[in-house]
Design a protein around this ligand. Structure first.
Ligand code: FAD
Length: 388
């Protein structure tokens, strides 16, 4: 069978690309090895799909080339995707920090994309494994359902996270087959793990969530952190995990809205135990655990100025050194990917392989937590859909 365009991967980026190319009158086939399309959309945002972010901007993305994503994000913006969602009557709300979620279910986004594909005349084949890709004048694909030939080939197979949902290294190995560079791949937006001593402490605090500032390599996020049985999680930790590198510490500020020293000094004349004083601004179990580990509590007026400074400093600048992450099995995204030097930012086409496009998460563009990754998937898919 011949098609103008074959797209590998029926996720966010692949489906958006298919819709746009179909609208241009191109014959489009989407090949998906899972039995269903859009599995990551289905589970995203706790089942409500955080489909975009009102503040999406190139500054919210990690990439070896911070400018690469600008063109696609400008040409297909958050507003454009919201217009599509509204056209389909899908109710949504802003949860926090510009994050837009469906009121009901992420399945609505999948159905919206499926309907748009049908209207654009796109053919979707699910449960179809791809065995080999060759290029002569056109692309030749060997699949479980036979041979397909296409003028353009769009790779939209996503990253390595959550292999149990069908993630593969297809994009990276195909890039290498065609001589394209791939940057180093790491789990991103992922909980962090710790050595036995820290882990024992975090376990004893398990279930506590704190509003904190988390800093690493000069980047800071201010959101919740969560102590768990496996280490540290919560939005601020997931965000910083994309920046963290082995053996480096991260710094936690668990009193981000106040000057801890001023606060402690102002409570001196009360003569209360320092635990009782800090219980007013931090969860009780956290404060008790903290002083059990880092030095017993005594009345606040028994502390010298130096000692109070030290307590305040350690709450504002608590350094912990992760030993690793929970890995691709738990990561929301893969950081790194197809080297952006290999691709045109205007079209997403490989500079040296005519007709070969890479879109979505497989490219070395990784968004923050909060709808940014889908916005990149929609925007890069949309751009390729205008040209493929
Ligand atoms: C638990 C979780 C929650 C998330 N929540 C959000 C959120 O709320 N907001 C947000 O912005 N981002 C979220 N993300 C990230 C977001 O899901 C991804 O960044 C986005 O789906 C990437 O889109 P994509 O189209 O590039 O890849 P994917 O959506 O992963 O699609 C790739 C498709 O290719 C298929 N495929 C893979 N290999 C092959 C192959 N060899 N042959 C054929 N098909 C193949 C896969 O089965 C899949 O259908 C979340 C991720 C996870 C894991």
């Amino acid at each position: 069978m011949n098609y103008d365009i074959v797209i590998i991967g029926a996720g966010a980026a692949g489906l958006m690309c298919a819709i746009e190319a179909g609208k241009r009158g191109r014959s489009v086939l989407v090949l998906e090895h899972n039995a269903k399309i859009g599995e990551k959309i289905r589970i995203s945002g706790g089942g409500r799909c955080n489909f975009t972010n009102l503040q999406a901007d190139h500054a919210n993305y990690l990439s070896a080339n911070e400018h690469f994503c600008k063109s696609a994000l400008a040409r297909y913006s958050t507003r454009d995707f919201i217009a599509l969602v509204e056209k389909h009557g899908i109710a949504y709300h802003e949860k926090t920090l510009g994050q837009l979620f469906c009121n009901q279910s992420s399945q609505q986004i999948i159905e919206m994309l499926r309907r748009e594909c049908t209207e654009a005349g796109v053919t979707i084949e699910t449960s179809c494994a791809l065995n080999a890709v060759r290029k002569s004048e056109k692309f030749e694909l060997e699949t479980a359902r036979g041979r397909y030939v296409s003028g353009s080939l769009v790779i939209a197979t996503g990253g390595l996270s959550i292999p149990q949902l069908g993630a593969t290294n297809f994009a990276y190995s195909l890039a290498k087959q065609f001589g394209l560079k791939v940057t180093s791949l790491r789990p991103g937006l992922v909980p962090l793990t710790f050595d036995a001593e820290d882990l024992q402490f975090f376990r004893s605090l398990s279930g506590i969530a704190l509003d904190a500032g988390v800093n690493c390599r000069g980047v800071e996020f201010r959101e919740h952190i969560l102590f768990t049985h496996r280490g540290l999680s919560g939005p601020a930790i997931l965000q910083i995990s994309s920046y963290w590198r082995e053996e480096e510490p991260i710094t936690l500020n668990v009193l981000p809205d106040m000057d801890g020293l001023d606060f402690l000094l102002s409570k001196r004349e009360t003569g209360k135990e320092i635990i009782a004083v800090l219980n007013r601004v931090l969860p009780h179990r956290f404060v008790r655990g903290w002083f059990e580990r880092f030095g017993g509590s005594k009345p606040v007026n028994w502390y010298s100025n130096r000692e109070l400074e030290e307590v305040a400093r350690s709450l504002h600048q608590w350094k912990v050194t992760p030993t690793g992450t929970e890995g691709f099995g738990k990561a929301e995204v893969t950081t790194g990917g197809i080297d952006t030097d290999e691709l045109s930012s205007k079209t997403m086409e490989a500079k040296n392989v005519r007709g070969l496009y890479f879109v979505g998460e497989c490219v070395d563009v990784t968004g923050w937590l909060g709808g940014y990754n889908f916005q990149w998937a929609w925007a890069s898919g949309w751009v390729a859909g205008q040209f493929a």
